[in-house]
Design a protein around this ligand. Structure first.
Ligand code: CP3
Length: 370
């Protein structure tokens, strides 16, 4: 069942032998991410560490989420809360996709109930000066300290992450959450040179951030391109894919699974796999069997329960979970998750029951498990 030390080392690249990725090598999450069969289906929830948990609200208080993230003891505890409560197969670092941009001094905060807000959005080449490349040890030592605390504590893999260049760019350019991304698309189409320079800078920041998280003890990575689904396939190919590809390429040597997530990305799933992802996130708009065709062989899938169904009670969740589990486990390489993040109004009891339900399911390929 467990990999030999040689196989584990090959999967975890050049990481030191005491890195958690070696110890966790046979965990259901890491095996599924490598398209290996597992005895049970691994499950975790995007935004599992957050507002739906009363223990989160109690610990978090009223201040900016960036302050909670900057306190390693608090951030580590918030990361552990859902792991303890639900028994999920992966922990996701409590941080945010705007943390690197905030840490290098761009001038961006996360406003409760709104999301990321920049007082002076990026509109010209001069604004690039507010976005120096991240030196993770110098700019975000608290993130690395949180990862180190978690690496010592966790017995499931820690998923480190970064925002993808496009999604982070959209916040920096719009200055606040946007439905249409009109200023972002205008910049992309009217000043391609500035656009590509900005994307290169954000790709370098994402690489520096994720690399440092793995070296500090994260065993997997996820690139969040949450709003990529707003783009046509042609614009994604021309303006986004080369930069996201660079992010995946520059992390390949670490040997940890790299997941790629977005919402409304049904028509982009092929490209999102082709940039080099090991795992592709799927939302509820695309059946997993169709997603499988689009990403091709050798890429694992993650998803794709509609988070809104979790507000409709257990019976709705179970019906959807039955279908998703049947589709997802047609072949090895499937991680159960929601198609987007846990909604704040979600009853934690539903996610607790869902975790148990997924764990009780016996995948048809279980017999292939060596
Ligand atoms: O549990 C986890 O998934 C780990 C922590 C995490 C957070 N943000 C904490 C957070 C992760 C992985 C993120 C990523 C993130 N942040 C994304 C990509 C994932 C996605 O949901 O598509 C995006 C787009 C952001 C930007 C962002 N941060 C938004 C849109 C918001 C919501 C604003 C609101 O209050 O409604 C945030 C704030 C945020 N980040 C919260 C949490 C737990 C909630 C607010 C808080 O507690 O202050």
């Amino acid at each position: 069942m467990a990999d030999t030390p040689e196989v584990a080392a090959a999967h975890a690249g050049a990481l030191p032998t005491d890195h958690p990725a070696h110890r966790m090598s046979a965990s259901p999450y890491l095996r599924a991410a490598r398209c290996q069969p597992t005895e049970r289906v691994p499950v975790w929830f995007q935004r599992q560490a957050g507002r739906s948990l009363p223990e989160y609200r109690a610990l978090r208080g009223e201040g900016s989420i960036l302050d909670a993230i900057a306190d390693p003891a608090t951030a580590a505890e918030i990361t552990l809360q859902p792991v303890r409560r639900y028994g999920v197969d992966a922990a996701v670092l409590f941080s945010d996709i705007v943390v690197p941009a905030a840490a290098v001094g761009f001038g961006i905060d996360v406003v409760p109930g709104v999301g990321p807000v920049a007082a002076e959005p990026l509109r010209s080449r001069a604004d690039l000066d507010r976005l120096p490349v991240l030196d993770a040890e110098a700019h975000t030592p608290y993130v690395l300290e949180t990862v180190r605390l978690l690496a010592a504590e966790l017995d499931v893999p820690l998923v480190g992450f970064a925002g993808a260049p496009f999604t982070v760019a959209s916040y920096l350019i719009e200055g606040r959450p946007s439905r249409q991304h009109e200023i972002t698309k205008a910049l992309m189409h009217t000043d391609a040179a500035l656009w590509h320079d900005l994307m290169e800078r954000l790709a370098a920041i994402a690489v520096a951030s994720m690399r440092s998280q793995v070296l500090a003890g994260a065993s997997a990575l996820q690139l969040f391109d949450s709003w990529a689904g707003t783009l046509s396939p042609a614009d994604y190919a021309a303006f986004v894919a080369p930069h996201s590809k660079r992010v995946f390429d520059e992390l390949a040597d670490l040997g940890v699974p790299r997941a790629h997530f977005g919402v409304g990305t049904g028509e982009l799933l092929d490209q999102m796999a082709q940039v080099g992802a090991d795992v592709v996130g799927v939302d509820w708009r695309v059946p997993l069997s169709a997603a499988r065709q689009r990403v091709g062989a050798g890429v694992a899938l993650q998803g794709n329960l509609d988070p809104v169904l979790c507000l409709a009670g257990w019976s709705a969740v179970r019906t959807a979970a039955d279908r998703i589990l049947a589709e997802g486990t047609q072949q090895p390489g499937y991680i159960f998750n929601l198609g987007h993040g846990v909604l704040p109004a979600t009853d934690p009891a539903v996610l607790e029951q869902l975790t148990d339900y997924v764990h009780a399911y016996e995948p048809t390929y279980a017999g292939q498990h060596e």
